[in-house]
Design a protein around this ligand. Structure first.
Ligand code: 5GP
Length: 210
């Protein structure tokens, strides 16, 4: 029914398993994941143009200045931002686009795209969160503590989101996320064109034109 793509924003505490969730979701279902630009260094196994576009601060600042980003934010000392062109193009093609971004960016997206669907991914509890961050083995304890401090600030913004997705069982989490996004297609706000077409058709019929 809905021809317009749904723009979904996925945020959550660092270590909540958003990345794993996104990979599993994309493997099973047809979503377009926007690739962000960042100034942080690649982690082992990450590739330019796949996980992120890894840029220098100068390159990133030039993207800000030339209006090439929908939103951007600083997170634990680095810039992160969403390239505009890709997202707008895919939405216009009717594709469902997902942005996996932190809270400041998510709230900015909501201002620009009021119909965006905001999902917040959280582990079942904070002990689990810390053990996931430590278990990842990619960051120093100092960075982990910074990320946990940031999580504590971020918790205050959870109520601005539309849905809370608890990432306990991955498969279940994939299905829940997919269902929530699918439901969005039936929202009245997502179907303005359909409503207009039906209304026009009824009017024409009433007037004997068809
Ligand atoms: P990480 O360094 O763990 O890959 O990402 C750190 C945080 O930056 C995560 O919360 C991630 O969702 C967020 N992030 C990634 N890309 C973007 C982006 O384009 N914009 C914003 N605002 N945050 C982003």
């Amino acid at each position: 029914m809905s021809k317009k793509g749904v723009l979904t924003v996925v945020s959550g505490f660092s270590g909540a398993g958003k990345g794993t969730l996104m990979k599993a979701l994309l493997k099973k279902y047809d979503y377009e994941l926007s690739i962000s630009a960042t100034t942080r260094s690649p982690r082992e196994g990450e590739e330019h143009g796949r996980e992120y576009f890894f840029l220098t601060r100068e390159e990133f600042e030039s993207m800000i200045e030339t209006g090439k980003l929908i939103e951007w934010a600083e997170y634990v000392g680095n810039y992160y931002g969403t390239p505009k062109e890709y997202v707008e193009q895919r939405l216009n093609e009717g594709k469902d686009v997902i942005l996996e971004i932190e809270i400041q960016g998510a709230l900015k997206v909501r201002e620009i795209f009021p119909d965006a669907l905001l999902l917040f991914v959280t582990p079942p509890n904070i002990t689990e969160l810390k053990s996931r961050l430590v278990g990842r083995g990619t960051e120093s304890m100092e960075t982990i503590m910074k990320r946990l401090a940031r999580a504590s600030e971020e918790a205050n913004f959870m109520e601005h989101y539309d849905y809370i997705i608890v990432n306990d069982d991955l498969d279940e989490c994939v299905e829940t996320t997919h269902q929530v996004i699918m439901n969005e297609h039936y929202k009245v706000s997502q179907n303005k064109n359909f409503i207009e077409a039906i209304t026009a058709e009824l009017k024409a019929m009433k007037e004997g034109a068809i």
